[in-house]
Design a protein around this ligand. Structure first.
Ligand code: HEM
Length: 361
């Protein structure tokens, strides 16, 4: 029972919360030697969010923090999330999805941009000198939840706010990796749209690219939906008839000065394999379609994978790699298991008392 496991193992970060009008996406790489600052910061971030959010009642400020595969080993010892790996990148005959650097992802959401910006500023301040922010994207809700191509984006997302809902089942890890239950795998990609080309395409043709009508957002019938339409390519049905789902939280972004108009694609999933299967179909193609036609009007400029730990993970981080070394020396290797975690004493308690916490500084 996934719901029981989740309540025992700890709550997910607020990834099931509905989309908001404002968002900021920060992707950072950890500078050499910045690991300890990042660890300290990760335990404090919840308090920072409360400091900003409490003063802005109704702003609904949330921040979902995620960690990349290489960064995981620089920050923590012990077991890794079972499916955590770097974004593979995809190179199709016509279109490419590059893999770009990123150790930390902060997905900040709120009803208003001031709340997002204040928290982003605090994050930047606290991590200054320890990380390099490699991408900052300010997302906004465009009218009627449309993307900048003019289509409503998000309609067929699985629904629900509870871990046992459709959205929860699609996005959250359950019994399959109990230590990380309530966690999620997230993939982000920044896409830019050549708007002039897109606008030249007649609306009925645009609708065939997406697989839905533009004005009233109705899905085409199977008979009318082209095999290379975005919706057809991303509908993956298992042999037993179940549809494989992810939870998307895309936001438009843009700059008139830079003539840049895009979609920040972000999707949470219980396993990265579902999102990756979609990307394979989009970029490398399948028996039904050579590639996803949306890519003729959407160029991927970034691509990074992360793991989103459950909330409780940040209350007591696993030991840092160098801490494990120090512990080994001070306790003797026999007191530690292979993962660098202190072995339990006969009474079931950790033999090291409060050492783990005191060594965090
Ligand atoms: C340029 C970036 C993208 C844009 C503008 C975009 C836009 C859209 C739109 C307008 C829809 C139809 C309405 C809806 O159900 O949300 C849709 C559906 C969907 N998209 Fe995307 N999308 C983008 C990238 C991606 C990527 C990279 C993936 C997967 C890796 C993806 C997966 C899906 C899925 C699973 C659906 C729902 C299919 C269904 O069950 O009907 N999208 N997208």
């Amino acid at each position: 029972m996934a719901s029981i496991t989740l309540s025992i193992m700890g709550d997910p970060q607020p990834i099931l919360e509905p989309l908001t009008p404002a968002a900021i996406f920060l992707v950072a790489t950890i500078d050499e030697g910045g690991e300890q600052t990042v660890r300290d910061f990760l335990t404090d971030l919840g308090g920072l969010r409360r400091s900003v959010g409490f003063r802005l009642p109704g702003a609904g400020l949330t921040c979902v923090t995620s960690i990349g595969s290489t960064a995981w080993d620089r920050l923590f010892t012990g077991r890794r999330p079972a499916e955590l790996h770097e974004f593979p990148g995809y190179s199709g005959a016509r279109h490419q999805a590059p893999a770009t650097p990123g150790d930390l992802l902060f997905h900040i959401k709120a009803e208003a941009q001031d709340a997002c910006f204040e928290l982003a500023m605090l994050i930047g301040d606290r991590l200054s000198g320890a990380v390099t922010i490699v991408d900052e994207t300010v997302g906004f809700r465009y009218f009627e939840q449309r993307d900048l191509l003019g289509f409503v984006d998000g309609t067929e997302n699985p629904e629900g706010a509870a871990p046992a809902s459709d959205a929860g089942r699609a996005a959250l890890i359950g019994d399959e990796d109990p230590e990380f239950a309530g966690g999620s795998y997230v993939i982000v990609q920044k896409y830019v749209h050549p708007m002039t080309d897109w606008r030249q395409l007649p609306v009925p043709e645009q609708e065939r690219v997406i697989g839905r009508t533009k004005l009233d957002d109705i899905e085409f019938s199977d008979a009318d939906k082209p095999a290379n339409s975005h919706v057809a390519v991303n509908t993956i049905i298992d042999p037993d008839g179940t549809q494989r789902q992810i939870l998307r939280a895309n936001m438009p972004f843009g700059s008139v000065r830079d003539n840049e108009f895009g979609t920040y694609y972000i999707a949470y999933a219980a396993t990265p394999s579902v999102t990756e299967a979609m990307l394979v179909r989009m970029f490398l193609g399948s028996d039904e379609a050579e590639y996803d036609r949306i890519l003729d009007f959407s160029t991927a400029v970034t691509g990074t994978s992360f793991f989103t730990p459950p909330q409780h993970f940040f209350d007591d981080l696993p030991a840092a790699p160098e801490q494990s070394e120090e512990l080994r020396e001070s306790l003797g290797a026999n007191d530690l298991d292979d993962s660098g975690t202190a072995a339990q004493s006969g009474d079931g308690s950790l033999a090291i008392g409060t050492m783990k916490r005191s060594m965090r500084k």
